[in-house]
Write a protein that binds this ligand. Structure first.
Ligand code: HEM
Ligand code: HEM
Ligand SMILES: [Fe+2]
Length: 458
């Protein structure tokens, strides 16, 4: 850790681990519901659990992005964070809003606008919180010694994410309009500006881990990420098929969203070739695994499985089924969960001076969680395709179909358990690192962790 204030990132990452664990618990509630064991129905019905599961996902990822920014920006700008006390307040208020929202879901029925279920009063608090965060990051870059492309792309991605939250706050009586603008948030986040955030973190990690020149990495990576971003804008049309939006969206959405996977493929190939060309500047092999894993799995989950249902002729049948959940899980995991876990894996040894990344738990955490997610995707895929055929092609009754899918949900829950075991290892390893220190004798300052660091679990 080069700068004292970078340790703020540690607490964002710790919050991340906590919220992620909660998300997984709600994942199990959903999985058991799907198996037919709806025992919690009176307290936590399926729709509530679903809203909590997906909203917690978005919040822990945003917390992870913020932590990453608090770690990356001081290093890129070569100065301490501007007004660090404000950053602490920002973290605490973010958690307070998160807790109120999660508790509130259990008492109110705010659902209905997937991913954007929180009530308006809390929306305003989110806006104030995010503006504070952006101000701190902006001032740090502004007052910094250098302004790198990576810092700029990261800031721009975060700023645009905040601005794109606003269309989701407009109220419409008309359901077509409401859904039209809801996608400006949900789609333009994950297939637009979040990709810039991911690209910037990816670039930072590749520079640090492979030792390849910044100029080389930044130039091509941002061309590729820019292509994903641009195709994603008109690609929004893949959510406008048959919703009451004009017919030309069938063509526009189909063509542009079909281009998106190419950009994801380019990113995966580029990251792999950079890793092959570069030396191993940093001994942290597990951070490199998460980094390259992210580039590959985001292609599989977002690019490949996204394409699987993006053409109008396919989406007509699969829309809103478990085929969507199949893609949603692997895409969020590959692109965003993995980049946050990569950043945490890189930053922890740098912040604490310990070499826990060599521990078997770090390795097993990576493999088990990824194998678990691949298996979960398979289970959702089988359920989804079966659902489409029974419900939509054969016209069977909705509830009869849901019941006949229960047997596959057992596979889903087993796969989820594997993923969760991997994440338990990851978190156990996280805790064993201990707290961040500014201790030059441990070699934690900017360089590699000292070899003498304890390798055992604490
Ligand atoms: C990292 C990037 C991505 C993430 C995190 C992601 C995630 C998701 C999620 C969660 C949904 C469900 C949304 C909802 O119903 O509210 C969804 C829907 C969809 N995604 Fe993606 N996606 C990504 C990229 C892509 C790409 C590149 C494509 C196309 C090639 C794609 C195609 C689709 C389509 C067609 C739907 C609508 C499914 C339906 O009609 O039910 N996605 N995505
Ligand atoms: C223990 C592991 C997990 C289980 C058992 C699980 C299960 C589920 C279930 C049953 C649903 C509802 C699908 C439906 O509508 O019927 C769901 C939704 C969702 N989950 Fe998970 N989940 C788990 C972990 C995760 C993880 C790690 C992520 C992200 C990285 C994630 C992201 C999502 C998303 C984005 C949706 C909404 C999908 C859509 O709109 O179609 N889940 N999950
Ligand atoms: Fe989309």
């Amino acid at each position: 850790m080069k700068y004292e204030t970078q340790k703020i990132a540690y607490w964002f990452f710790a919050a991340c681990m906590l919220l992620f664990s909660l998300q997984l618990i709600y994942g199990f509630i959903l999985g058991f519901d799907r198996m037919g064991f709806d025992v919690l129905h009176d307290f936590i019905p399926f729709n509530t659990a679903r809203a909590v599961h997906t909203n917690l996902l978005v919040v822990w990822l945003l917390t992870g992005f913020m932590g990453s920014a608090y770690y990356i920006i001081p290093e890129e700008s070569e100065r301490e964070i501007w007004m660090p006390k404000l950053a602490w307040i920002q973290l605490i208020s973010l958690l307070v809003v998160g807790v109120i929202a999660v508790i509130g879901y259990h008492f109110n029925h705010w659902e209905g606008r997937k991913f954007l279920e929180i009530p308006r009063e809390l929306d305003y608090l989110v806006v104030v919180n995010v503006l504070t965060f952006l101000l701190i990051i902006f001032m740090t870059i502004w007052k910094g010694k250098r302004k790198t492309t990576t810092a700029m792309v990261l800031f721009f991605g975060l700023l645009m994410s905040a601005l794109l939250y606003l269309p989701g706050m407009i109220d419409f009586d008309n359901v077509t309009f409401d859904s039209f603008f809801r996608w400006w948030v949900v789609h333009l986040w994950v297939e637009g500006v979040w990709e810039l955030i991911m690209g910037a973190i990816l670039s930072f990690l590749l520079i640090k881990l492979t030792g390849i020149d910044r100029e080389v990495i930044e130039k091509w990576l941002y061309v590729i990420v820019g292509f994903t971003f641009l195709s994603g804008i008109l690609g929004t049309g893949h959510h406008y098929y048959y919703t009451g939006a004009p017919r030309y969206w069938l063509m526009v959405g189909g063509v542009f969203s079909a281009l998106e996977p190419l950009a994801f493929l380019g990113m995966a190939m580029y990251a792999l070739s950079m890793a092959r060309r570069g030396g191993r500047k940093n001994p942290n092999g597990i951070a490199l695994k998460w980094t390259l894993g992210c580039a590959i799995m985001s292609f599989v989950g977002a690019g490949f499985l996204g394409f699987a249902h993006t053409l109008p002729g396919v989406n007509m049948w699969t829309h809103g089924t478990l085929v969507t959940a199949m893609h949603g899980h692997m895409a969020f995991w590959g692109a965003y969960a993995m980049i946050v876990l990569a950043m945490i894996s890189y930053a922890l040894p740098e912040m604490t001076g310990r070499a826990m990344h060599k521990h078997w738990m770090a390795e097993w955490g990576f493999w088990l969680s990824n194998i678990g997610m691949i298996a979960m995707t398979g289970a959702f895929g089988v359920m989804g395709v079966a659902q489409v055929y029974m419900e939509r092609k054969s016209g069977m009754d909705f509830m009869v179909v849901q019941e006949s899918l229960e047997v596959h949900a057992l596979g889903l829950v087993c796969a989820g358990a594997l993923l969760t075991l991997g994440i338990v290892f990851f978190i156990r390893n996280f805790i064993s690192y201990g707290l961040p220190v500014m201790d030059e004798s441990k070699g934690a300052v900017g360089g590699n962790p000292a070899p003498a660091a304890p390798d055992k679990l604490l």
